[in-house]
Design a protein around this ligand. Structure first.
Ligand code: PLP
Length: 395
């Protein structure tokens, strides 16, 4: 990327001009099937008529107030999320990282308010990703993201993803909370088992800890439930959401039970932009679509279909594709790194008109819009098949 931008990204030489549904169009007339959707963000695809209409209508009325004043769209959307989930309190943010910051602060403040300020340590998991703020990189614990940014922050303990015994051992008198992604995105599309989430819930109940879910990527219908943890039946005390809940408009939220949420009183936390009228207009429209009758059933169906097709690909390219991972429409192909790097594989797919992402552990990441049909899935699988053949032919 040429200056004056910071070199934090290295995008390919492509410029998109517009999108429609599951497709993006570039300035040279190229058409691309979008199976990454702004990294699991464009849940309704591009230019969804209802989301566009909601944004346009609000744009004519009022853009921004700050939280100095009441924003009716916040109350409306918070009520919808509370009715649909475990939550009883909501704080709106601009991003996933900010939702995580609110979640971590709420967990510590809960113990502080209950006379236990000594309980501040947070247990997180290997392969975790919680965002890029200081709190989030320390919770995530990825050495690559921590390097060069000063001493590690005190108060985070990391244990092996999926290892309940290790969690038990890590719990001390000072532990405040456990934070986990029900399906790890960045870390390589690893899904926690339902039994593991239920085990964490039981441990939290036993020790008086708060369970925090990071559903920034796995939520908003991505796995065929409004939130991925619903498959397990193990509810959290606090949950961070973002990405897909705004359908492409930057927004997130920290959801909490009454017991956890009520400790965040006037003066404890804030945001200038979070929950602004534009975000709330789109957030409400996206929520209404995600929860419309039959929407989630279709996500489950097309997710199952795509998953089966990917298993077929893995069989056909055994050795190159080592594993199919994930859940619903958050899926990954773990590739043999001695044969191809996931980023190079994404470039091969892109050259064939398919946009996909990369994740940790050399996994190619698929997170298409939730509105895709089986035909889109078939088209993607054909292009993936062609890209896999290209790898084999080069070798
Ligand atoms: C993307 C992501 C974040 C960070 O969200 P931003 O909006 O980029 O700040 C946090 N947690 C998970 C699981 C994510 O996928």
């Amino acid at each position: 990327m040429p200056a004056p931008l910071m070199d934090t990204y290295s995008p390919p030489d492509l410029v998109f001009t517009h999108g429609e549904g599951a497709y993006l169009f570039d300035d040279k007339g190229g058409k691309h099937l979008d199976f990454i959707a702004g990294i699991a963000v464009n849940s309704l695809g591009h230019a969804h008529p209802k989301a566009v209409a909601a944004l346009k209508a609000q744009a004519d009325k009022l853009w921004h107030l700050s939280n100095m004043f009441r924003i009716p769209g916040q109350v409306e959307l918070a009520k919808k999320y509370c009715d649909a989930t475990f939550a009883e309190r909501v704080f709106f943010t601009n991003s996933g990282t900010e939702a995580i910051e609110c979640a971590l602060k709420t967990a510590r403040r809960y113990h502080f308010s209950n006379g236990r300020p000594d309980r501040y340590r947070i247990i997180s998991f290997t392969g975790a990703f919680h965002g890029r703020s200081y709190g989030a990189i320390n919770a995530g614990g990825n050495p690559k993201y921590l390097e060069g940014f000063g001493p590690r922050m005190e108060g985070f303990d990391q244990v092996e993803f999926g290892d309940l015994e290790a969690v038990k051992t890590a719990i001390t008198e000072e532990t405040a909370a456990i934070i986990i992604e029900p399906v790890q995105g960045e870390g390589g599309l690893r899904a926690a088992s339902d039994a593991f989430l239920r085990g964490l819930r039981a441990l939290c109940d036993e020790h008086g800890l708060l369970l925090i879910y990071d559903e920034v990527q796995s939520g908003a219908g991505r796995t065929g439930r409004l939130f991925a943890h619903e498959w397990s039946g193990a509810a959290p005390d606090i949950m961070a959401v973002a990405k897909g809940v705004g359908g492409g408009f930057p927004m997130g939220a920290c959801l909490a039970t009454e017991a956890a949420g009520k400790v965040m009183v006037v003066g404890t936390h804030g945001t200038t932009f979070g929950g602004n009228p534009l975000a709330m207009a789109v957030g409400n429209a996206v929520f209404d679509e995600l929860t419309a009758p039959g929407f989630m059933d279709r996500v489950v169906e097309v997710g199952n279909f795509l998953g089966q097709q990917l298993h077929g690909l893995a069989d056909a390219h055994a050795g190159l594709v080592q594993e199919v991972r994930g859940r619903g429409l958050l899926l990954g192909l773990k590739l043999d790194e001695s044969k191809i790097a996931n980023r190079d594989f994404a470039a091969l797919a892109r050259a064939r008109g398919l946009l996909i992402g990369a994740a940790g552990d050399n996994v190619a990441r698929l997170a298409p819009p939730l509105i895709i049909t089986e035909n889109h899935a078939r088209e993607a699988v054909e292009k993936l098949d062609a890209a896999l053949h290209a790898v084999t032919q080069k070798a």
